[in-house]
Design a protein around this ligand. Structure first.
Ligand SMILES: [Zn+2]
Length: 294
């Protein structure tokens, strides 16, 4: 089963809504990083909102190659998080500390405490002009509220963001997903009220996905007044390569490379996003040094 996202107009076409199932993506992140439950919930919510945001730029400015890097710098035990995503439904990410398990008294995972206070930074490379980054303070560290705050403060778009990750006793991901609804220009107060009422009555997204509801079912639960626009498959995908790590090593310069090889006789690197290891022995490094000299 592959994850996907659907996009629709709703509320007399005065809102655009995205509904995504990201269960497999979050499970993959959990497997790669050995995430404990609260880290799964935090990174899972962040991956979900990131991949939906990437999908928002599909076709923007008649292009399809936008890339987004999202970063949370914060003081909680999780030690911050990074994701990258694009318009093709591909996303990857990591947390500073994967071994975090904090709960509220109710047993609910305490993502806000795990993340702590800090900032959300979103860097957009839309491939049309300069790359730009906008930053907002975190609202609560619960991720959904932080993104809603970002859309309102940074992009002046009233939005509803709902994100959820459910973890079982084996730390596996039973359900993960998200909904982002954004008001469109021309909306009236009555549309906002209708949206608020709909979301007040909507069961939590992770509960709906766990129950086996399809994305279309969930959209219909939000409102019958919708028009489906498109769907997009989603996946956890890392595009790292030995080539990219070679270029990274070359940027260190000849002297630093010589120091590193003198210390250990080899350089071991690994990708933060997927844990793929890349080993460079003395011969490899000498080749890189020759390459730099050229
Ligand atoms: Zn990688």
């Amino acid at each position: 089963m592959t994850n996907r996202l659907i996009k629709a107009y709703a509320f007399e076409k005065m809102a655009r809504v995205y509904v995504a199932d990201t269960t497999e993506i979050v499970q993959r992140a959990k497997d790669i990083h050995d995430l404990w439950p609260t880290a799964s919930a935090a990174l899972g919510r962040f991956l979900t909102s990131s991949v939906i945001m990437g999908a928002m730029y599909k076709g923007a400015f008649n292009r399809d190659d936008a890339e987004l890097t999202l970063r949370i710098d914060s003081n909680g035990p999780i030690g911050g998080m990074v994701t990258t995503t694009n318009t093709h439904g591909e996303v990857r990410g990591y947390v500073g500390n994967p071994h975090v398990f904090l709960q509220y008294d109710s047993g609910k995972l305490n993502v806000g405490q795990a993340v702590g206070e800090g900032h959300l930074h979103i860097t957009k490379n839309l491939k049309i002009r300069d790359i730009f980054t906008s930053s907002v303070p975190l609202f609560s560290g619960e991720i959904a509220e932080d993104f809603a705050y970002y859309f309102r403060a940074s992009e002046q778009i009233p939005s509803v963001v709902s994100l959820g990750v459910k973890v079982n006793e084996n730390n596996d991901i039973i359900a993960a997903g998200g909904i982002i609804l954004q008001m469109l220009p021309g909306y009236k107060e009555e549309h906002l009220q209708a949206v608020e009422k709909a979301f007040k009555e909507l069961p939590h997204i992770s509960f709906l996905i766990e129950e086996g509801k399809s994305l279309e079912d969930i959209l219909a639960l939000i409102t019958k007044d919708h028009q489906l626009l498109e769907e997009l498959p989603l996946k956890y995908h890392c595009d790292c390569s030995r080539d990219k790590f070679e270029r990274g090593l070359m940027s260190l310069g000849i002297e630093e490379l010589r120091n590193l090889i003198e210390q250990d006789g080899k350089i071991e690197t690994s990708c933060h996003f997927c844990n793929q290891q890349y080993l460079f022995d003395e011969l490899d490094i000498n080749q890189l040094i020759d390459e730099i000299k050229k």
